[in-house]
Design a protein around this ligand. Structure first.
Ligand code: ADP
Ligand code: MG
Ligand code: ZN
Length: 531
């Protein structure tokens, strides 16, 4: 690709890098940079690769400096895609960046280098802070601005018919000082039915865009899959789920509200609801001859075990069975063909329609993820949901949004969900304020009485007990102001969060994708009226 950048002085005549950098980087990273420069020699002639700034399952990102023709120096982010990436997939990621990027808070692309199967996407470098590092010091105003800019990026890409599929803070760069934002990582993007991105059109889409249990694409990716101790019949290990391990995320994070352990083990003490036993079952109403998949998760029995698919698929297609609404999965059901639905993305940010394997997914999945981010920022907990299994994730969602509501929403998009007990929908304000420590006094006492270090439990318990407005109500006078009087004074504005914030949160976290607010509508929400 033609470039206006010049050689950097630290490149030897043979193209090798003389001295990678002055900073302290590990031997491993140094040798990685070395091999990258060998694999893509043009890169070393153009950039001084300074350090590694990100690492995911399908890529490594480096910081590179280039001397421009005018003598100035500029920083770039160099994204090296793993060589086994499918060419169409790479081209699609690039096309998203070139067509939609460079404006409206969406990262652009400057250059692209390729040598054999090595591809490096060169983007302008944007300095940014990891949410996990700054979540404790964010003001409400900053959070409001962050959400506004995230929704702006989403509106923009959704206008192009791009579903990002991996909306999470690590993919939405935030420079706190400059107040700039950039959506990155279109590595999992998909197109809507009328997408403007040629390579995301169904006809050009490469098969791994959707997943079946019979493909083992992840095995060919040489990607280290995080070992999940709860898997389902759907075969989590065979999907191309991406577990991005951005370097920043490896730093010590605030404790999640949910985790695999506290929701799935019988001796859990963290989530109030998990003290009781939660069993979640995802079933498709059984009709004779219908192919359906069943998955089962039991709280008491501990993690569900992987059930291999029987090979005589289709044999029992015309039989009906009587395991419906029971705790076992019969052989007939085990032999049924798995439903195919996309489920790429990061578990804690997956929308209910993804978790229930709804094949018909749209831009609303990104809006849900934005809602999860908002929930995280309002409660000061990141990540908020943490689950390695889709049904655990669904149970966590139910704990916040209510089981009846979840069952009802799932029914609306053609899925039957069973939950062994009723989980009430929580009041979002009470939940967030309690998790944030804004409701101390009697709440703090009741929390410490039950379990000294588990504020989550108290938060949820209290939120459960609080009378709540009708979920769909958009009445802005929902909360009697008396409820706010007891809040701890906070200079960052956490004692004066307006009702509009929780109203928008409720609309983003609408369990039903068909009624969920769109990014464009969300930008018109009263919360952003002055922006
Ligand atoms: P992956 O597909 O591996 O997750 P990403 O595109 O999300 O790759 O990049 C991984 C990380 O690298 C990001 O979370 C971010 O920290 C960093 N990064 C990516 N692009 C840029 C950029 N243009 N400027 C600065 N940092 C970036
Ligand atoms: Mg990423
Ligand atoms: Zn059955």
């Amino acid at each position: 690709m033609d470039s206006s950048v010049n050689y950097i002085d630290n490149v030897a005549t043979d193209g090798s890098v003389k001295s990678t950098n002055k900073k302290n980087i590990s031997r491993d990273v140094e040798s990685e940079i070395e091999s990258l420069c060998k694999a893509v020699p043009q890169l070393a002639k153009t950039f001084r690769i300074i350090e590694k700034i990100g690492e995911g399952t399908f890529s490594s990102v480096y910081l590179g400096e280039a001397r421009m023709r005018d003598g100035s120096r500029e920083m770039f982010a160099l994204k090296h895609l793993i060589p086994t990436s499918h060419p169409t997939r790479i081209a699609a990621e690039l096309q998203c960046l070139t067509v939609a990027g460079g404006r409206e808070n969406v990262m652009g692309v400057e250059y692209c280098f390729r040598n054999e199967d090595h591809v490096v996407i060169v983007m302008p470098y944007m300095e940014h802070q990891a949410i996990v590092d700054i979540i404790g010091s964010l003001s409400f105003e900053e959070v409001r601005l962050y959400m506004y800019h995230l929704l702006k990026a989403l509106r923009h890409i959704h206008q192009f018919g791009i579903i990002h599929r991996d909306i999470k803070p690590n993919n939405f760069l935030y420079n706190r000082k400059a107040k700039t934002f950039a959506l990155v990582d279109f590595g999992l993007a998909q197109g809507t039915s009328n997408t403007q991105i040629e390579l995301l059109k169904p006809s050009t889409a490469h098969p791994p865009f959707s997943f079946t249990t019979t493909t083992t694409t992840s095995a060919t990716r040489k990607a280290p899959m995080k070992k999940t101790h709860v898997t389902t019949m759907a075969g989590a290990s065979t999907s191309r789920t991406k577990h991005t391990k951005d370097l920043v995320a490896l730093r010590k994070a605030p404790r999640p509200v949910f985790s695999e352990k506290n929701l799935n083990s019988s001796n859990s003490t963290t989530a109030a609801t998990t003290k009781r036993e939660i069993k979640t079952q995802l079933v498709k109403p059984v009709k004779t001859g219908e192919l359906s998949s069943r998955r089962f998760l039991s709280g008491r029995r501990g993690p569900a075990t992987v059930r291999p698919l029987k090979t005589h698929r289709g044999v029992h297609q015309h039989l009906t069975c009587n395991c419906f609404q029971t705790e076992r999965v019969c052989n007939i059901c085990l032999s049924r063909k798995q439903q195919v639905a996309p489920r790429a993305g990061t578990p804690g940010f997956r929308a209910p329609e993804i978790l229930t394997k709804c094949p018909d997914q749209g831009t609303a999945i990104d809006v849900w993820s934005a809602g999860v981010i908002f929930l995280s920022l309002l409660s000061g907990r990141y990540p908020f949901f943490k689950a390695s299994d889709d049904l655990v994730a669904l149970a966590q969602i139910m704990t916040i949004r209510g089981s009846r509501e979840t069952v009802k929403a799932a029914k609306a998009f053609g899925k039957a969900v069973l939950c062994s007990q009723e989980l009430p929908r929580l009041d979002l304000r009470v939940l967030c304020e309690t998790l944030r420590g804004q409701r101390p006094n009697k709440d703090a006492k009741s929390i410490s009485k039950t379990k000294p270090e588990t504020t989550d439990e108290g938060a949820q318990k209290q939120a459960c007990e609080t009378p709540r407005p009708h979920p769909k109500s958009r009445d802005k006078t929902l909360k009697p102001s008396s409820q706010r009087h007891c809040l701890v004074h906070d200079e960052r504005g956490w004692d004066t969060v307006p009702d509009e914030a929780y109203d928008l949160l409720d609309l983003l976290l609408d369990l039903n994708p068909n009624s969920r607010i769109t990014a464009a509508q969300a930008l018109e929400h009263p919360l952003f009226k002055d922006l």
